[in-house]
Design a protein around this ligand. Structure first.
Ligand code: MN3
Length: 202
């Protein structure tokens, strides 16, 4: 299977008024994400055991394998970024009632969830990701992963929403200020409608 870069679910300039400019998206989607897809295709081409496998199968197979570190990194980055684009919206930040109810039940309040999510985003030392997942016991949980790590690989739960906290995600708009980037995501960019749909489909 040849993997392809998914189109952004919005125009590249659509988030500019909400803290993620067109230059960021053109670099992040068109250059960084494209590079992971290109590298993954090159690695799959050279490895018969990976040919014909789905992205999810490749991530699961490569997880924890010293001989497949490059495969895992590029496949994980492809999968994580594909979810990240869906975690953003030009009218983001609005909280649907179904998700608000579940967040309140599992975290105590939406504000508590946002505090935990921000702590995960800031507590990830170096490059990585902050996640809202539905864990195997049916509870919402915040978690974080380093580099190309993903809850898909660990089996910790189903990913509902993700924030990329690699510096390339925020350096153009927020320079070094990951806390401001995270606050802006939660208030004005996060596609909680998408997270609610992922929850409903779980
Ligand atoms: Mn990225």
């Amino acid at each position: 299977m040849t993997f392809t870069l998914p189109s952004l679910p919005f125009a590249p300039g659509a988030l500019a008024a909400r803290g993620m400019c067109q230059e960021t998206l053109e670099l992040h989607h068109g250059k960084h994400h494209q590079a992971y897809v290109t590298a993954l295709n090159g690695l799959v081409e050279k490895n018969d055991a990976l040919k014909g496998k789905s992205l999810e199968q490749i991530i699961t197979l490569a997880h924890g394998r010293d001989d497949l570190v490059g495969v895992f990194n590029n496949a994980g980055q492809h999968w994580n970024h594909s979810l990240f684009w869906n975690s953003l919206a030009p009218n983001g930040g609005g909280m649907p009632g179904s998700l608000e109810k579940k967040l309140t039940g599992d975290f105590g309040s939406v504000e508590k969830f946002k505090e935990e999510f921000k702590a995960a985003a800031l507590g990830q030392f170096g490059s990585g990701w902050a996640w809202l997942i539905l864990d195997r016991n049916g509870r919402l949980k915040v978690t974080k992963t380093g580099n190309a790590g993903t809850p898909l690989a660990t089996g910790e739960g189903k990913a509902l929403l993700v924030l990329d906290v690699w510096e390339h995600a925020y350096y153009v708009d927020f320079r070094n200020r990951r806390p401001d980037f995270t606050d802006n995501f939660l208030a004005r960019l996060a596609n909680f409608e998408f997270a609610a749909a992922q929850l409903a489909a779980a």
